[in-house]
Write a protein that binds this ligand. Sequence first.
Ligand SMILES: [Zn+2]
Length: 484
Amino acid sequence: MQKKEKESNRGLTVNKEKNFSEWYSQIIEKTEILDTRLGIKGFVVIRPWGTKLIEKMYEFYEEELQKKGHEPTIMPSVIPEANLKKESGHIKGFTPEVFWLEKGKEEEKLALRPTSETLYTPMFKLWIRSHRDLPMKLYQRGSVFRYDTKATRPLIRGREFYWIETHNAFATKKEAESQVQEDIQTTENIMHQKFCIPFLPLKRPEWDKFAGAEYTIGSDVLMPDGKVIQQPSTHLMGQKFSKAFNAKFKNEKGQEKYLWTTAYGPAMSRILVSIISTHGDNRGLVLPFSISPIQIIIIPIFTAKDKNKILKYSQEIKEKLKDLRIKIDETEKRPGEKYYKWELKGVPFRLEIGKEELNNKELTIYIRDTHKKQKIKFNQLKNIPKLGKEFDNRLKKNAENFLKKNIVICKTKEQIKKTIKERKIAKTNWCSLDKNGLKCAEYVEKVTNAEIRGTFVNKKEKPTGKCVICNKPATAVVYIAKSY
Ligand SMILES: [Zn+2]
């Protein structure tokens, strides 16, 4: 049965700090990011406000990837069974999650793509002849399908998600590894610098890498409830897929060699979860100036007598700021209702234009994150982009501080238990990230429900002493957290 929205019940009725889960459920629907009422388990309808946000995020990512030499492609949404089964570790990891298609079975069994290594690698084999064709850096934007059997949550854990996947081929391992590093930098440049979401780049333990990869580096973002959510990960596939598909090239000496491949997968729908959860407050969304579909909303406040003058002045302001995403709310609603609506939707700046503003050739600006109002002169409007940068810097700083203060160095089992219970990330000395450390990881998971997320990449965190669980000499410093 479909629920009709009640006017009186449009705002958030729970506190983010007290009940994050319910706050999240309310905010995604009430701000009109998405609608779950179509009722297909694991799938959502993304509404215009959410779609425009995701489009903006795609723009940032694609621009960055193209700058770094990746070229766009469009691949089929289906994968023949034979392709999917070529790399044994890959199919083993993905089998339980594959959607198989009913139609066309008698020709060749097809799967909805859960990821596209097994579409790109056979094409690399056709497109790449010699070292002169390398590197080949491709990507596609689109959705992938994974039949998740656990409880689904909109955008967090679903059966279809919207992402970019890059697939890249190189002549040497060294080049492939430097691509992995470049991917981490892309996450930094876009997710952290543009969307204001700091992260921990963590090399995953052996038992938690992507199915078919040599190693995986994930990026973990801390959610308000103390769990981490995995954001873009990058994988060194090594030569596993190229060997499975016999994808070779001729090197400078004319020798045939297998390609080295990598993949990187930023998921817009999942990053949106972090944007909503990290920056949002009890009045609604707080969207970074960089990606808000509307950066500035103008609310004209008039009586029948001065309506024309005020609307004209509002138009002048809009014209002055036409390089930004700006809109005048000319609907029949009362100004208070309009304030409320755009505040809920997270628009960074609201300009209030009334009689006083008109007479003084100024305007009142309300700033979404600080809830402060200030006056600006008409001839100072050029400062708004600068205010936008400051806005985003504040969001970034707050998120960085939150992450920093929630990482606790632990020296004993008890400390780890306590830290996880307090909904924080534990950092500790660890025996091993290969299969020898699995027993300790299972122990931690049993007593805390938390996972070994991995070691910090590119930061030399020297392990000292012994593993806090098994007392064997430590070989790594790891981060432990509950995760989505
Ligand atoms: Zn251990």
